[in-house]
Design a protein around this ligand. Structure first.
Ligand SMILES: [Zn+2]
Length: 635
């Protein structure tokens, strides 16, 4: 641990108490898109862990295969969930969730109560029509057109917003983020991130600071971003400053983390503890190093940490809602709901009228035993909050990407679920009539998911299930065709390239870099591609970073990855609006500015279509409207 003089960016205690905006703003400042140099000097994101022998065992969390078969067999008619007898449970709504609702129409003579005039309204309709004005009646768009035509629809008491030439687009739809977790990164988790934490010494300094005032035995849960002198810290890096407190710090990407010796002791992780199926408990010279890869391994330690309370979740959701509204998001999909309590938190907030951003929720199934939760999920659809389906992870992040050929990470053959059990589970969940989305990074992972979808769809042909691939970082050309054939939607995050592109280059090598996140290939092949942030897995929570990322595809070293895969602004905007709606079966009710659709829209401070990607990255919005109501106004 160094002294203050050696650490000009040392903590003064105040920085750890930044509000959500503060932490993220500080972080973003150090990721200035036009100055990758500063980051380059301190970044070393490449895992250098030696390859390990992986021992598998059934973790006691998981059901045995026989138990699993028993569980799924309980669903009469082959549907695991269809057997549920309670009132508003999932399968009662099967038909309404699998087909898009029709575009609503207005009665003749309907008038507007709000009009936006004198602007540039980018409708994102099929022809990318641009008009001057838009009329809103209640929560829907009554019409778009010229100022004159729109004014003719307003009544004397109607409100008029003079856009003064500003640009309006549909509200941004983020189809993949961990919404409930964004705020937790400043409450439950202690941030050990740039600019305060940039190497092991500054991590130790910050950790010591976080422990000050804690009782012995109190947990420190944290997350880190990048350390210049060590890609992944081990217990030896944490132990000197945490002799009496259990510590677990996760990488910001969320797929590996490090425990100190106190935490290992509490979790009873020793030299003889085998890795759980689908995860890796790293050993060095036979002893646990403190590093855990993939959620199933991290769960071995995390389940001893203090629970995240419902109040914390609710507070996080509300703070994140304010933050996302301020950058123009009007709908989000939370793809990482890990507990039924989290679903209930959303439902209670929605019922209390506290949610103003529309949200689609997906329950994460990490362990086979999580299938028990499925039976307890209540269908939610109140116009704001909707339960949509299920989320899986089939591999980890880069170092544990499931690939056909070896990569320079930690393990390239590992799937987080036993493939057979995974396929059985996909089949059963497909039968519920709901949507499934699966995290996949490696090419073999994507194919495994597509195979599982195909088998389920062949066995039970449902009209347009729109199952999804999340991320799909590395895929084959054959996979593109399969996505198209199956109607599978890709939900991916172009801003990842900035942060992780250099690491992928090291991990996968030049040949496979040709196949990184092939957004244009998918789009041109007729695959639906929706783009979003995956916040807080990177600091780039704002759609402006996602749009700029899709248009540039460059890394912090200014290397472009797949120049032929870049989107134009219009393509990126469509992928962040219409396609986001499409990814949740909602393209007929939102995602474009057309008569009958929900009045979810954004007024930009400057015309985003005319900005350079760098300007777009740091651009702002003046107004965000959801259902015709202003939910954010820049003051
Ligand atoms: Zn995610």
């Amino acid at each position: 641990m160094g002294d203050d003089a050696a650490h000009p960016t040392t903590l003064d205690g105040r920085r750890l108490q930044h509000n959500l905006y503060g932490v993220i703003t500080v972080t973003l400042n150090s990721f200035n898109l036009t100055d990758g140099g500063a980051l380059e000097r301190i970044v070393q994101v490449i895992p250098q862990t030696e390859r390990k022998e992986i021992k598998m065992c059934d973790n006691h969390h998981a059901l045995s295969r026989r138990d699993f078969i028993k569980l799924v067999a309980m669903g009469a008619g082959g549907a695991l969930l269809a057997s549920c007898k309670r009132g508003s449970r999932l399968t009662d709504v099967t038909s309404s969730t699998s087909s898009p609702p029709a575009v609503p129409t207005f009665p003749a003579g309907a008038t507007a109560n709000l009009i936006l005039t004198n602007g540039k309204v980018m409708t994102v309709d099929a022809s990318d029509t641009i008009v001057q004005a838009v009329a809103i009646s209640g929560d829907k768009i009554l019409a778009t057109g010229t100022d004159e035509a729109i004014r003719a629809l307003s009544t004397p008491g109607a409100q008029e917003i003079d856009l003064q030439g500003r640009t309006v687009t549909p509200g941004l739809i983020d189809p993949h983020l961990h919404f409930r977790a964004v705020g937790l990164n400043n409450t439950y988790y202690v941030p050990f991130i740039l600019p305060d934490v940039k190497d092991v010494a500054s991590l130790q300094y910050a950790l010591a600071d976080a422990i000050k005032g804690k009782q012995p035995g109190e947990w420190i849960m944290g997350y880190y971003m990048i350390l210049a002198d060590k890609s992944i810290p081990t217990k030896e890096d944490l132990d000197p400053v945490s002799p009496d407190n259990p510590v677990f710090i996760m990488h910001i990407g969320g797929h590996w983390g490090t425990a100190n010796s106190v935490a290992l002791q509490i979790a009873d992780v020793t030299a003889s503890t085998p890795s759980p199926q689908g995860g890796i408990i790293e050993k060095k010279d036979g002893e646990p190093s403190g590093v855990f890869y993939n959620h199933r391994a991290m769960d071995v330690v995390r389940r001893f940490a203090p629970p995240i309370t419902s109040d914390m979740i609710k507070q996080s959701i509300l703070e994140t809602q304010t933050l996302m509204a301020s950058v123009g998001v009007t709908t989000f999909h939370d793809n990482n709901i890990r507990a039924l309590e989290d679903l209930r938190a959303y439902q209670e907030l929605s019922q209390a009228g506290k949610l103003f951003l529309r949200n689609d929720l997906y329950l994460t199934l990490e362990w086979p035993s999580d299938l028990e939760k499925v039976d307890q999920v209540e269908q939610i659809d109140d116009g704001v909050t909707r339960f949509r389906g299920f989320k899986f992870l089939i591999d980890g992040q880069g170092p544990t990407a499931h690939c056909y050929k070896p990569h320079n990470g930690v393990e390239w053959r590992l799937t987080t679920w036993d493939p057979k059990m995974f396929k059985d589970t996909i089949r059963r969940l497909h039968d519920t009539g709901l949507q499934i989305c699966v995290h996949c990074i490696g090419d073999a992972a994507a194919d495994l998911v597509l195979e599982a979808y195909e088998a389920a769809m062949n066995a039970n042909p449902r009209s347009d299930p729109r199952h999804r691939l999340e991320h799909a970082i590395l895929t084959t050309t054959k996979a593109t065709q399969k996505m198209k054939d199956l109607g599978v939607v890709v939900s991916t995050q172009p801003a990842f390239i900035y942060l992780f592109g250099e690491a992928w280059n090291y991990l996968f090598g030049a040949e496979r870099m040709e196949r990184i996140m092939v957004t244009k290939e998918w789009m041109q092949s007729g695959v639906h591609v929706a783009i979003g942030s995956d916040a807080p897995s990177t600091p780039f929570y704002q759609p402006q970073a996602t749009l700029a990322g899709a248009m540039t595809r460059y890394t912090f070293k200014q290397n472009t990855i797949g120049a032929d895969q870049t989107f134009t602004f219009n393509e990126a905007l469509r992928a962040h609006t219409y396609e986001g709606a499409y990814s949740g079966h909602q393209e007929n009710v939102k995602g474009t500015l057309e008569a009958g659709k929900l009045a979810d829209m954004v007024v930009w401070a400057s015309d985003p279509s005319l900005l350079s990607p760098e300007e777009l990255f740091s651009s702002t919005v003046d107004l965000t409207l959801v259902g015709g109501k202003i939910v954010f106004r820049r003051t």
